[in-house]
Design a binder for this molecule. Structure first.
Ligand SMILES: [Zn+2]
Length: 80
């Protein structure tokens, strides 16, 4: 899925399975588990394959049902 040269350095983008990865989209966040993420072995830049971003978009748009929904604690950092 990855194994290509990094766009930002001379490193190679290697696939790593990440337990939990949170993706931001315009309506909020989607968390995927056991995600194959491409990580540069030099600079650590993360790459996401188009098929993963498509799943995030489908969940965000309600086209694909998530397995479950988790509640995320939110705090507002004004007037502390
Ligand atoms: Zn790099």
């Amino acid at each position: 899925m990855y194994d290509y040269k990094c766009e930002y350095c001379d490193g190679v983008v290697k696939e790593r399975i990440i337990k939990k990865e949170v993706f931001k989209h315009k309506n909020g966040f989607v968390m995927l588990e056991d995600v194959p993420v491409g990580i540069c072995d030099e600079c650590g830049y993360r790459y996401y394959h188009a098929s993963i971003l498509k799943i995030v978009e489908e969940i965000a748009n309600g086209k694909r049902l998530p397995e479950r929904t988790e509640v995320i604690p939110v705090a507002h950092l004004v007037n502390q």
